[in-house]
Design a protein around this ligand. Structure first.
Ligand code: ATP
Length: 341
């Protein structure tokens, strides 16, 4: 399979913050490629470098054989970009905004009109297209933004957190739309910190954590690499941490247990990765009883992408998300954004 995007050893600093510490991956032609990671992991920075909106300090980016660093204009013709924040002129209608955007791409007016009608249909915006965008919901805005990114029929569509903050209905429309775009041969790159989104859409993905790629593969490959099943144990509904630690020590002795993480965000529940053997649940229950520990609930499931992340970093994505939010230097980001206009 041929690759359409090649990213090699990207590095980018913002003052003291090393946002990217050597990110590399390749995207195959015609696939949906996911970039998964918690808040502040470096997803947006990676995407901004690929879309030529930011320049990396080091590294290479090749888009269909063209360097995004030395030939940004040529690269921009090949890509459509849908940013995380949607900023629309509230007075214009959706259709007017798309016409304006089409003129920026220098599309002939007949072609533009036809393309706009087609996109309005595809994104189920018929009812709203002639209303001022100031009255749009988040989902409608996002769909309009998606239409704007697709006007020039780009080979590659790049989306930053496409369904963040959206209602289920809009999310479903966008997911189905992305799947149909792929069917028509468009390559799609999307960032997300929603496991479900990447699991539902991505053919392959990278997981980025603290500016580094920590895993690359298809969702099923990555889950299989865990080499076991997941058991979630709750000692109590909200377990005191000392009790969770004691349970962890006891359960670690069991031969089928490969790894145990205490999930602080989940009320100190225990996430175990276990070898797929019989009687696992009964043995865990018996061990806890022998240690005089109660058992509120226990369940077994196939590993998720969260387990992949957990195995690589020792944290759940949710924990890392909260940590990432706390670590961010919002002042510096705001200043930088204002400088960039
Ligand atoms: P999110 O989805 O929350 O935006 P992310 O994975 O996209 O997270 P980035 O936005 O790429 O992460 O941020 C990576 C790191 O770089 C963070 O520590 C962030 O605070 C920092 N950073 C990003 N942009 C700037 C900026 N303009 N100025 C200063 N620091 C920045």
């Amino acid at each position: 399979m041929s690759s359409i995007v090649v990213v090699r050893n990207l590095k980018k600093r913002y003052g003291q913050i090393e946002a990217l510490k050597g990110v590399s991956f390749t995207v195959n032609r015609g696939e949906i490629f996911g970039i998964l990671g918690p808040n502040g992991a470096g997803k947006t920075t990676t995407i901004r470098c690929i879309t030529t909106l930011a320049k990396p300090d080091e590294g290479e980016i090749w888009i269909d054989g063209i360097s995004a660093i030395s030939q940004p204009r040529l690269v921009r013709e090949k890509i459509g970009y849908v940013a995380q924040e949607v900023a629309l002129d509230k007075i214009l209608t959706g259709r007017e905004l798309l016409s304006l955007q089409a003129s920026l791409y220098h599309l002939p007016s007949a072609t533009a009109k036809e393309r706009i009608n087609q996109l309005i249909q595809l994104l189920e915006l018929q009812e709203y297209a002639d209303r001022q965008t100031g009255s749009y919901s988040g989902g409608m805005k996002k769909r309009l933004d998606l239409a704007a990114g697709l006007l020039h029929k780009p080979q590659i569509l790049i989306l930053d957190e496409p369904s963040v903050g959206l209602d289920i209905e809009s999310r479903k429309i966008i997911w189905n739309f992305l799947l149909s775009l792929r069917q028509d041969g468009t390559t799609i790159i999307l960032t997300s910190h929603y496991l479900e989104e990447i699991d539902a859409l991505a053919d392959r993905l990278v997981i980025i954590d603290q500016g580094k790629v920590i895993a690359e593969g298809s969702p099923s490959e990555l889950k299989e690499r865990i080499g076991g099943e997941r058991v979630t144990v709750r000692i109590r509904e909200f377990t005191p941490v000392e009790e969770a630690i004691r349970a962890k020590e006891g359960l670690s002795q069991l031969p089928f247990v490969k790894e145990i993480i205490i999930n602080a965000q989940g009320g100190n529940s225990l996430n175990l990765i276990v070898a797929p053997e019989s009687d696992v649940l009964a043995t865990i229950e018996k061990t806890l009883t022998e240690m005089n520990l109660p058992l509120f609930s226990i369940s077994q499931s196939r590993p998720s992408l969260d387990d992949v992340y957990l195995a690589a970093t020792g944290k759940t994505l949710l924990e890392a998300d909260i940590e990432g939010m706390n670590k961010r230097d919002w002042q510096a980001e705001k200043k930088q954004a204002m400088k960039a206009g």
